[in-house]
Design a protein around this ligand. Sequence first.
Ligand code: NAD
Length: 467
Amino acid sequence: MSEKFKLLSNGRLLALPATLAVLDPATEQVIAEVPDCTAELLDTTVRAAQAAFAGWSTTPLPDRAARLQALARRIGEHADELAALLTREQGKPLAMARAEVLGCVHWCRSFAAMALPVAERTDAAGIRWVTQRVPLGVVAAIAPWNFPLSLAVWKLAPALLAGNTVIVKPSPFTPLATLRLGELAADLFPPGVLNVLSGGDALGPMLTAHPGIAKVAFTGSTATGRRVMASAAPTLKHLTLELGGNDAAIVMPDVDVAKVARRLFMGAFLNSGQVCIAAKRIFVHDSIYAAFAAAFVAAARAAPMGPGHQEGVLLGPVQNRPQYERVKDLIAATRDAGHRFLTGGEVPEGPGYFIPPTVVDNPPDDARVVVEEPFGPIVPLLRFSDVDEVVRRANDSEFGLGGSVWSADVGRARAIAGRLQAGTVWINNVHLLDPQSPFAGRKQSGIGAENGIEGLLEFTAIQTLVG
Ligand code: NAD
């Protein structure tokens, strides 16, 4: 039987006559019904959030921080339940869903400990100049389906701390854990301060175009990011866009091949490749290519795939049917182009959107699997022989989200890392993110930053008081 969820609008938990079905990607069965927010309810919610802004923006920052701490506690107390929901709707293994939930607790706590900077000086004429940061108004926080809960919390925590009111919109594919978060938070904030609205494809564009929204904080694909930017233009909304990536990993000849192959296997296939900062183009030095490929393929063949709630599973299904079809199409195009699979390349019949990890053997740089962001369990291994060449090839992308360099010579790896046109580059690591450090895409991977004080300031406007 499918469960019914409620959305949070102006402090009230509401079921609506119109609902959307949510599927378990491991079984393709309907597991829940969620409210399909109407234009009228969106309008009412925006007005309530605007009304709540007056009180919340003038609530002292330590009091706002205390509410965020209370939210962190509440999420922590319900970690098992939220993780189970995430696994059911998203497909990821339970241990990873739990890590996502605990990450939300850590993020809320870290933002609750931050302060907004104030700069003061008195000039030669004795005039006092004070520059402070003030909240913007109502923030729309739009999240994708790969890390539904953490990417919502990355937005709502700093937005609320800074004194904004928030409307969170999860992806229609993965709204459950986020709606449950809304229920859990309902009594922690004054009505209208935090709202969670679920809806179909029409809701996002209605939200980004709504004149009552001051800022859109968006994570999703680059294609949608362009639409969000266009839709925000008529009312000049503030924007943060965290978009797609096609991260290069550069493996130098001096590495421990077996160890790095195992690390990069998870770097590429964690969450079944549905990670914006997954290693999506793995450049391996010619002299170790064969050994690295063998170890990488061995890791792929040893990785248990299945429903996320099953003990020991490392790879879950792809999250939704359109993405499953896109990845299958990319596999077919790769085969049709005559490129060789080192493993994978065959997709079993359903039920469930399962695609075995697929590794492509040194396709040309203009192959679709190299140029596009696959966002699924397929990755190309690419040979290189010299550093200038690999840096040029790694930078030859419209994306600039992340990247990694692997070498026993950390100094050399750092020097290469600095030459990559990417917002975050890991040295002998991958995927590591921290609420204290900004995460920002370059080129068409985004605008602005999340996390760190820089991420917090994105939810504020500058106000200078003179005299
Ligand atoms: P998507 O762009 O399809 O959807 C993201 C969200 O936007 C969803 O909530 C969706 O309902 C909503 N949306 C869709 N159309 C909209 C519109 N016109 N106006 C406003 N909202 C709209 O992305 P997705 O498929 O859910 O996620 C996968 C993409 O997200 C990948 O490209 C991935 O790299 C990217 N991503 C980026 C980061 C990052 O931090 N840079 C993190 C995770 C995922």
